[in-house]
Write a protein that binds this ligand. Sequence first.
Ligand code: NAD
Ligand code: UGA
Length: 471
Amino acid sequence: MTKHIKNICCIGAGYVGGPTMAVIADRCHNISVNVVDINKDRINRWNNPDVSQIPIYEPGLSDIVLRRRGKNLHFSTSLKENIAKADMIFISVNTPTKTKGIGAGKASDLKWVESSARQISKFAKGFTIVVEKSTLPVKTAQVIKEILESSKKENHNSFSVLSNPEFLAEGTAINDLENPDRVLIGGDDQQSIEQLSNVYLNWIKKEKIITTNLWSSELSKLISNAFLAQRISSINSVSALCETTGADIKEVSEAIRTDKRIGKYFLNPGPGFGGSCFKKDISNLVYICDYYGLKEVSAYWQKVLDINNWQSERILNIIVKNLFGTLSGKKISILGFAFKANTNDTRESPAIKICKGLIEEGALLKIYDPKVEEFQIEKDLGQPQLIKNDNNSGWNFSKSLLDSTKSADAIVILTEWLEFEQIDWEEVAPMMRKPSFIFDTRGISNINDAEKYGIKCWRIGSNLNNKYYDK
Ligand code: NAD
Ligand code: UGA
């Protein structure tokens, strides 16, 4: 008979571990869920009595934390104790790109996964199911198994390893976890697969649970991200073609998305994809293909990354050229710094590269994002903000849209926050310096309205404003 899981431990209280475990705790009141992390500060923030201070902003998350924290959801730094009492352990640690050594810039750095496996092997008691939640290169389960097996005799424990990659997207994480398109479980031990399935069956229909072998599951996660990123690079490449030919990207995406075979999602052009995963996962895919000698395959996926870089550089050049080739003494309002709307995450945000480039060209940026904090922007740009609003190039933090746009020469929309879709141009336009410009890299603002109030507009994937852009 399949044993029921009573105690879960999750190693890693980040963007995946935190929300995923919160939803499991919310849907399975009979399971005690313990999220552990080596980062004390992060754990303190998860335990902050004021739930608005938890370290991750995700719509709906703080309500769940408020409901379950202290009942069957716990955050702590006590790895040893929580690993020892767990029937099932999720590894949800970071797997960034290696910065040095073999595979630097491409391969995943697995040192945090390895150290988690070592801790599990040391502290686990009896039989424990170990679940890979982190995104990992195909065949990593083999490494985890070897580490776990190495000391099982002296520590009197045994393990089964499953792969259960996470497909949530930031900003919609809670809905994605509560109503996933699918749950993928890879493994070779049927009983363990059943035990993990039983956890999900508390709120997810059986038909949505896909089971595969370990390697298919690990690889499917990388491929899923690669396909999504490929669509963005495709639509971004077409945005450039639209700007030069007179086609309009909005009309083109509308026309192609109605074909069921193409599908309606991920056809919005932008300044390039950001986020913690697409770049690292595709780099990793490129590395794996090279490793197995598949040069053509690796070159194919590398192109997705190349187009992404090119798109943000292209946009930076367009802004500089439109502003008469020099930004010195110009104020630019930056609307949005997060890599997408509804998150405070800035990892790999195209805003970072574009803002650095604008500062280098001599601009003074007034940066406003509804959720990104001042210290994060300072960290990402690698320079403190200017104390005085003088004519130096650099950046200032703005607490509101109006503060950011006041006396600006140009507005650059970089994140698709709803607030920016709804800008009241009648209010904003008179406060800007003339001639005023807007560069809408997400294609969300009401350009017609802005033009009515005398602003020169550039919108991604449209040549409506070729007159201002000297190619
Ligand atoms: P993150 O950096 O937000 O969180 C990882 C946490 O793990 C950190 O708080 C870190 O301190 C902790 N940690 C590292 N080593 C540890 C150890 N030995 N013991 C205890 N804690 C340790 O990362 P994330 O965004 O949650 O991503 C985690 C994994 O999930 C990655 O592999 C990522 O590719 C994957 N993923 C992320 C997303 C996303 O939207 N962010 C979505 C799907 C999958
Ligand atoms: C992505 C995937 O969507 C998730 O399924 C996956 O679990 C996750 O990566 C991961 O493995 O980390 P996420 O990065 O949170 O999720 O957000 P997305 O909605 O995929 O957006 C990624 C980037 O693409 C953002 O910068 C976004 O602005 C951009 N994007 C997205 C576009 O430019 N156009 C689109 O049409 C869609």
